[in-house]
Design a protein around this ligand. Structure first.
Ligand SMILES: [Zn+2]
Length: 456
């Protein structure tokens, strides 16, 4: 409620300030799920999510340095179970989903005392129209206690991060029977707690292969809207952390940004706006609280591995954490229960987070890709704006929309359909507003917005 009120106020005040703008439609429709997405959202099952979290907790510890060969306790048993489950889901995909164990040996480093095999479990659902375009969702299946090097004590990691792995696995199960236009990758990664090693390797493999990853989401600590600390329960909110200035920004890009702005228009920021638009609604039952920073203080997650390689990425996490329930030995101290125990998880909440992810991933995969090569013509001083981009190759591409907002506004305010063209001139000064371009298909699916770079 507070958010929509704030947004409405800003839209009105900005429109008043900018009175004689050229005609445009409101940029944000609060895109409602289509029938196919509604079916996906309905199929996401809190009971299955509960069963996954219980199973992951049952391995005792999933510490990266725990046993890789014990059949019942340790990270190896967890790895093998996740792999078998994902293969079961893939069996229903008509050959579209493949599952792999991506292993590598991590050399000695600050939290890895001896060379250690680290394994990501990756299920890839190949796109039916543009398979080279990829969207990635992850949770990490390793866990920890107070001492990050302790591989022996019970480390249930129910919230951190069996909850995120349950999101990823339930999405894989439900989407395995669908045919997304673009490729969706569902990954349970390892060694997050030791230094993001699993996702770092995975992102580098994609980078080396020149993979076109257009969005990545880490689900990390998405177990409950109840902090169990006496504060109000917030069961219908999930936070989405999105950076502004790209982690991988080059010195040349920084120079341009310093001269004309754009610190609020990085690709991850656009992704945050997109997710809020398609996933905050009655069907997901959730409000996405977008937070404009890369992550919380003192913390990180697997999205950073992808940001480092220049891929747009963001991190979902619950609205308010209880730090006595994360990274802690299980114990009672002064009447306070410590430890990441399953009793603090809310499976209906995790299911709603899975629905938010499903809405984001499905909307991304069904829409055209984010426009490429968007530039704003800056060859001469004019009081109008010429934008150019590369025409996309999607067979159902209907055309493009130019969006704009006051430079002080947080989100896109106006849009104008400009047809299936690769250049357009708008009778507004590029000096006074921020512009972007998005693609639209024949079903009305919209891509994330791409912000232009100056042409000179
Ligand atoms: Zn975590």
């Amino acid at each position: 409620m507070a958010k929509s009120t704030r947004r409405a106020f800003l839209t009105v005040s900005a429109a008043a300030a900018a009175a004689p703008l050229v005609a445009g439609e409101p940029a944000k429709a609060g895109t409602a799920p289509g029938r196919d997405l509604q079916g996906i959202l309905r199929e996401i099952d809190p009971r299955r999510i509960e069963a996954i979290v219980r199973k992951l907790v049952s391995f005792g510890t999933r510490h990266t340095l725990s046993s890789q060969t014990d059949p019942v306790r340790g990270i190896g048993a967890a790895r093998d179970w996740i792999f078998a489950e994902m293969q079961r889901y893939a069996a229903a995909s008509g050959g579209r989903m493949t599952v792999e164990l991506q292993s590598f040996v991590q050399p000695v480093s600050s939290r890895i005392p001896a060379p250690t095999t680290i394994t990501n479990v990756i299920a890839t659902l190949r796109g039916s129209v543009t398979p080279e375009r990829i969207y990635v969702v992850t949770g990490h299946y390793d866990s920890r206690v107070t001492d990050v090097m302790d591989a022996v004590k019970d480390a249930p990691g129910a919230d951190d991060d069996a909850s995120g792995v349950a999101v990823v696995m339930e999405l894989a199960r439900v989407l395995a029977t669908r045919e997304p236009e673009a490729t969706i990758v569902f990954a349970a990664v390892a060694a997050e707690e030791q230094g993001l090693y699993g996702s770092d390797h995975m992102a580098q493999v994609y980078k080396d292969r020149g993979a076109d990853i257009q969005a990545m989401f880490s689900n990390d600590i998405v177990g409950t809207g109840n902090a169990h600390d006496g504060t109000p329960i917030n069961p219908r909110q999930v936070r989405l952390f999105v950076e502004g200035v790209p982690t991988a920004e080059t010195a040349a890009e920084a120079t341009v940004r310093k001269s004309v702005g754009g610190e609020n228009d990085g690709p991850s920021r656009q992704l945050g706006r997109f997710v809020d638009d398609v996933a905050s609604n009655r069907q997901t039952g959730m409000d996405v609280r977008v937070i404009w920073r890369r992550d919380r203080y003192l913390r990180g997650s697997d999205h950073i591995s992808f940001l480092l390689r220049g891929y747009p990425a963001a991190r979902f996490t619950e609205p308010r954490e209880n730090f006595a329930h994360e990274h802690q030995d299980i114990r009672v101290e002064n009447g306070v229960q410590y430890g990441d125990l399953i009793e603090f998880c809310d499976f209906a909440y995790i299911a709603r987070v899975a629905r938010v992810n499903a809405a984001a991933l499905w909307s991304l995969a069904q829409a055209p890709g984010t426009p490429r090569g968007v530039v704003i013509d800056t060859t001469q001083l004019t009081n109008e704006t010429t934008l150019r981009w590369q025409l996309g190759a999607e067979p159902d591409l209907a055309g493009y929309e130019v969006v704009w907002r006051e430079t002080t506004a947080p989100d896109w305010q106006h849009s104008r359909a400009v047809g299936k063209v690769d250049t357009v001139t708008i009778d507004l000064s590029k000096d006074n507003v921020f512009f972007g371009v998005r693609a639209v298909d024949t079903d009305g699916h919209r891509s994330p917005v791409a912000a232009p770079r100056p042409s000179s």
